[in-house]
Ligand binder design. Structure first.
Ligand code: IMP
Length: 194
């Protein structure tokens, strides 16, 4: 089992809490805020892998501590993987989830193939070496919004095997089948064996 501290290169306290609860007490998961770092991390690559590594590498070099970061995108088959790495800012830099969903629904109008997947990439750096993990949730884009829980594209994404969208699920239902949940599970399995 990996012992000691691990920095999660994010300012999102909820994400840190979630991972801390899963890894148990032998690892202390710290956020960037715990290190008094409040700036936005740059994401200059056009792949999830590139951005995840960029963020983890920057923090490893800055603080000299083992760390990991994650990057997530929604990849729509009929749009050649769009919005992908640009999911958060699909409709523009100062637009939100509502505008992003509107744009996606508009682009899919008249298309029969609505297959899509969420993909999360985690980049872990231990003693300077990168280890990468991936989690995928397969499903499709609905014709219209359903449900109000969750965030981002949740109301228009329905995972395979369910007749409800991510936004109609509780956190407990969504976490184990979600892209992020699956990627974190892989990370934890690796840390257990480390
Ligand atoms: P991040 O890398 O976790 O910040 O995710 C990037 C973007 O992908 C978010 O701003 C959302 O638009 C979208 N996204 C990521 N995860 C989810 C999810 O679980 N449900 C819906 N949208 C998500």
């Amino acid at each position: 089992m990996y012992q000691g501290t691990l920095i999660f290169a994010t300012g999102n306290a909820n994400k840190v809490k979630e991972v801390q609860a899963l890894v148990g007490n032998s690892i202390a998961v710290k956020s960037l805020h715990d290190l008094n770092y409040f700036d936005e991390l740059s994401e200059t690559h056009d792949t999830l892998e590139g951005n995840a590594l960029e963020k983890a590498q920057f923090i490893f070099e800055k603080f000299g501590e083992n760390c990991f970061s994650e990057d997530t995108g929604l990849e729509v088959e009929a749009l050649n993987g769009e919005p992908g790495v640009y999911s958060a800012r699909y409709a523009g830099p100062d637009k939100g989830a509502a505008e992003n969903m509107d744009l996606l629904l508009e682009k899919l109008q008249g298309k029969t193939n609505r297959r899509a997947r969420f993909r999360t990439v985690i980049s872990l750096i231990i003693n300077g070496t990168e280890h990468r993990f991936e989690g995928i949730a397969e499903g499709y884009i609905l014709e219209a919004r359903k449900g109000s829980a969750g965030f981002g594209y949740d109301p228009i994404f329905q995972p395979d095997g369910y007749d409800k969208s991510f936004a109609e699920m509780t956190l407990e239902e969504k976490a184990p089948i979600s892209h992020r949940g699956k990627a974190v599970k892989q990370l934890i399995e690796f840390l257990k064996l480390f």
